[in-house]
Design a protein around this ligand. Structure first.
Ligand code: CA
Ligand code: CA
Length: 498
């Protein structure tokens, strides 16, 4: 336990005592019901904005996220997700656990999907117990609503969950609105008034405006589909489709080409990469004009939603007392190592996500170098809310590390299995300098990210790195099934021989 929460609790106790004293001396009926405003400020509201499939590259196009969240808040420059796929990552957000502990190991059965989430003990339940009002708008775990579209998962006092598979449409999506199904438009009519992100933003603003006057703090989960691709579109100009007002707004954007783009020599990589064809001009044009521009232009509505949410908090007097978290459930590949799209690979563009927090205890303009991971989201929020978890958490609160200017050594488990359907999977580690991956095929990858940040040359077979590789294999053996505090163990790994 760090000094921060203890001090926080001590101050809270003092404020509670002061509040009791004030209530005792006041005349009957003069004091409002519930906690005094001074006490309430100690337990912040929490707003989590989780976009879908946004990589770090896209952050530069979101001006409001940068000016309203990053500049007045803290950016975690080395933020990763342990399992870079929607459903396992969102289950990790809700539990503070690695996928190997919460058990949601895929988007669909038999290894994953909404049905696999142990929903009775999750973040909204814990925050409700701690006195929070809760609400969710948008995408939840994959397959939500397929079995019972009117089901409301535990812990959510207000629920606007998108019902699968309509979740993956910018128009024609169905929300379960507190038990009542409502469909917004039809998939092929691009009604500007019913664009998914905008409708979700209006619901978020309405939630904030209604909850702000109450004495309870609130927890709002805001989860738009953007910039995830839409399903069922026939030769679209953009996929996903942006809001009509943003179509063409980023028409000048060109596909970024880091040194790893369309990697020429893949002899160091596993067969799954070696067998990929080079990216030709036709594929490159499609990647740029349909996917990249669709993704970035769709994010402009998210950026406006962020301004709306921050504006609603400011106007209701809640902004300084609110922890705002902006992140993505996983990253996105756009041609690196010949991978034209997607995620669920161990490379940086897939596992790294934006992570920005603004609110009490988060310094303005700060950049944190220590690795942060999605297992840390729930522990951080619970720390800020001074609320206990109902399960053993694998992550740790990020609040105590925001003051550190140098990185703290730790290793995050990177996993995507095991799979019962026979498909390949991997488990590995991401540490500050190293990435070490063991594939189910027996293939290995080891990157020295200090010398090779674009992961161009796996050094798993380089004799100079034999000691490094051996140490990482040993750490992985210790951590691959870890739970709780055992996941925090880390000792430095020897550098390569010169
Ligand atoms: Ca995703
Ligand atoms: Ca290479």
């Amino acid at each position: 336990m760090s000094a921060r929460p203890r001090l926080h609790r001590f101050v809270t106790i003092l404020l509670v005592l002061a509040g009791i004293a004030a209530l005792t001396v006041s005349t009957a009926g003069a004091a409002p019901a519930g906690r005094p405003a001074s006490v309430r400020a100690a337990q912040p509201n929490v707003v989590v904005i989780m976009v879908d499939d946004m990589n770090v590259f896209a952050l530069q196009y979101l001006n409001n996220v940068r000016s309203l969240l990053a500049e007045p808040g803290t950016t975690f420059d080395n933020s990763v997700v342990s399992y870079s796929l929607c459903c396992p990552s969102r289950a990790t957000f809700l539990t503070g656990q690695y996928a190997h502990n919460h058990g949601v190991l895929d988007n669909a059965p038999p290894d994953g999907g909404y049905e696999k989430l142990p929903a009775a003990e999750t973040l909204p339940v814990w925050l409700s117990r701690a006195g929070y009002d809760t609400g969710h708008v948008g995408k939840f775990l994959n397959r939500y609503g397929r079995a019972d579209p009117t089901e409301i998962p535990p812990g959510w006092a207000e629920w606007y969950g998108s019902v699968d598979p309509s979740t993956y449409r910018m128009w024609g999506y169905t929300l379960n609105e507190n038990g009542v199904l409502r469909t917004y438009g039809t998939p092929d009519v691009e009604d500007p008034a019913l664009y998914q992100t905008d409708v979700y933003a209006r619901k978020a603003v309405d939630f904030i405006q209604r909850k702000a006057p109450a004495d309870k703090p609130f927890f709002l989960s805001f989860a738009p589909l953007a910039p995830h691709g839409e399903g069922g579109l026939e030769s679209p100009q953009r996929n996903p489709r942006p809001a009509p007002r943003h179509l063409g707004a980023l028409d000048d954007v060109t596909l970024p080409k880091p040194p790893s783009f369309d990697e020429a020599d893949v002899s160091d990589k596993p067969a799954a990469v070696r067998n990929r064809p080079r990216i030709g001009p036709a594929a490159e044009q499609r990647m740029q004009n349909v996917t990249l521009k669709g993704r970035l232009e769709s994010l402009l509505a998210v950026d406006e939603a962020v301004a709306d949410i921050v504006g609603a908090l400011r106007e209701s007097g809640e902004l300084d007392g609110t922890l705002i978290v902006f992140t993505s459930d996983n990253g996105w590949m756009q041609g690196e190592h010949r991978i034209r799209s997607g995620k669920v690979v161990p490379y940086e563009e897939s596992i790294r996500v934006p992570l920005i927090m603004r609110g009490p205890g988060l310094p303005a303009g700060r950049h944190v170098k220590t690795i942060a991971a999605n297992i840390d989201l729930a522990p951080t929020i619970l720390d800020a809310a001074d609320a206990p978890a109902g399960v053993v958490l694998d992550g740790r609160s990020l609040l105590p590390i925001v003051d550190d200017t140098t990185a703290i050594a730790r290793g995050i488990v990177i996993e995507n299995g095991p799979k019962t359907n026979g498909s390949n999977w991997y488990v590995g580690l991401r540490a500050a300098r190293w990435k070490y991956i063991e594939h189910s095929t027996g293939e290995l990858e080891l990157y020295d990210l200090q010398r090779d940040p674009y992961e161009l040359t796996s050094v798993h077979a380089d004799p100079r790195y034999a000691g490094t590789r051996q140490a990482l294999a040993q750490r992985l053996a210790q951590l691959r099934a870890c739970a709780g505090a055992a996941c925090h163990r880390w000792t430095p790994v020897p550098a390569p021989r010169p």
